[in-house]
Ligand binder design. Structure first.
Ligand SMILES: Cc1cc2ncn([C@H]3O[C@H](COP(=O)(O)O)[C@@H](O)[C@H]3O)c2cc1C
Ligand SMILES: O=C(O)c1cccnc1
Length: 350
């Protein structure tokens, strides 16, 4: 990734020829046209991104959970204390988080990466902790989340992780998040890139009450004011309003798209990073599918701006990549129908 000049890096779409062949196969199946709905559409999309009609089965799916703490967590924007971040990193490592159960059920390999957790996790395997960028990111209403150098390093880290997984055989990637307070910087990123006011992006996160919502809205508004004039450059937006973990997830999304590997997006954090990644690398979103619609208003704005319609809408608001993993059966269903359903032309007498 060109981190020195930050010129937008246009990403080529999946092969239009293969995409057309996949649409042709879908239209020719022994079903009424459109009867498979989004299942058929996502099957055709997977064909296009794989460059193969019909698409091949997904046997190697990897989720990376980007973990970090956030200075805003000390300012009453979350229903939970920051100590939960470390505890949940350890719970993912132990395979007992919400996403762990879903990943086990659907055959997804989960990696958690300590990008900026405000705790010493050195007792965990080096693969998890070795690339830590910093301990916690700045409280964005008062100070930058990190330095520009740290933002560049985080972007490069995420890109490197994507490359390593793809070299190791991953066919489909997913991004997840962990970090108390992270819905605040994520909402701020969406607001900054899309030019929205704090009111429209502020959600309830882990379940804050009305007073908490007002505090969170004010923190986001103050952060947006603080970053005024710096929002045209996506790396500057990450530096001022994001966090090291969100920057790493952004680098991961850009790199996956540039390698031509599909990604399933999750909730607010995933979509906030996707909005920044699309600004850094226009066209990248053609390689992503939205797993689910979260209850966060900023996620809805981000989905709309990217033209993505989620596969599931089941009221989830967990994070961790859980909504991406939960959508995997729909993706696999899409592959199954494109592979196994007869063509109408085969079963009708000519
Ligand atoms: C036990 C627990 C497990 C979680 N797993 C993901 N999150 C999610 O909720 C947090 C963001 O919401 P907010 O901005 O309101 O703090 C992040 O940790 C996110 O990953 C969790 C939150 C909690 C409490
Ligand atoms: O949209 C999400 O993924 C989300 C919402 C609330 C808390 N954690 C994650």
């Amino acid at each position: 990734m060109d981190h020195d000049t930050h010129q937008p890096r246009r990403i080529a779409p999946p092969s239009p020829a293969i995409a057309a062949l996949a649409q042709e196969r879908l239209a020719g199946l022994a079903t009424p046209p459109g009867a498979l709905g989004r299942v058929g559409e996502v099957g055709a999309w997977l064909s296009a991104v794989q460059g193969e009609v019909p698409p091949h089965p997904l046997t190697d799916v990897r989720l990376v959970v980007f973990a970090g703490d956030h200075g805003v967590a000390a300012h009453g924007v979350s229903a939970y204390p920051a100590a939960v971040t470390e505890a949940m990193v350890r719970t993912i490592v132990a395979g007992r988080a919400g996403v762990s159960a879903l990943a086990k059920e659907h055959g997804v390999t989960v990696t958690v990466l300590d990008v900026a957790v405000d705790a010493d996790l050195a007792d965990l395997p080096a693969a998890i902790t070795a690339h830590k960028v910093r301990r916690g990111s700045g409280a964005i209403h008062l100070t930058d989340a990190m330095t520009r150098e740290e933002a560049d390093r985080s972007l490069a880290l995420g890109a490197q992780v994507a490359r390593e997984l793809v070299e190791d055989g991953a066919q489909l990637l997913m991004t997840g998040d962990l970090g108390i307070g992270n819905t605040t910087p994520a909402a701020a990123l969406v607001a900054a890139v899309l030019g929205l006011p704090a009111d429209e992006v502020t959600g309830r996160g882990t379940g804050i009450d009305d007073d908490g919502w007002t505090r969170k809205r004010d923190v986001i508004a103050q952060a947006l004011t603080r970053a005024e004039g710096r929002t045209a450059d996506p790396v500057e937006v990450l530096t001022a309003l994001g966090s090291a973990d969100l920057a790493a997830a952004t680098g991961f999304l850009v790199e996956a798209a540039s390698l031509g590997v599909p990604v399933v997006l999750d909730g607010l954090m995933s979509l906030a990073c996707a909005v920044v990644a699309e600004a850094l690398a226009p066209g990248a979103s053609a390689w992503w599918v939205a797993g689910h619609r979260s209850t966060e208003p900023a996620q809805a704005h981000a989905l709309k701006s990217l033209g993505l319609e989620p596969l599931l809408d089941v009221g989830m608001r967990l994070g961790e990549g859980s909504g991406a993993v939960a959508a995997l059966p729909v993706l696999r269903s899409g592959i199954a129908v494109l592979r196994d359903v007869a063509l109408l032309s085969e079963i009708l007498p000519s």
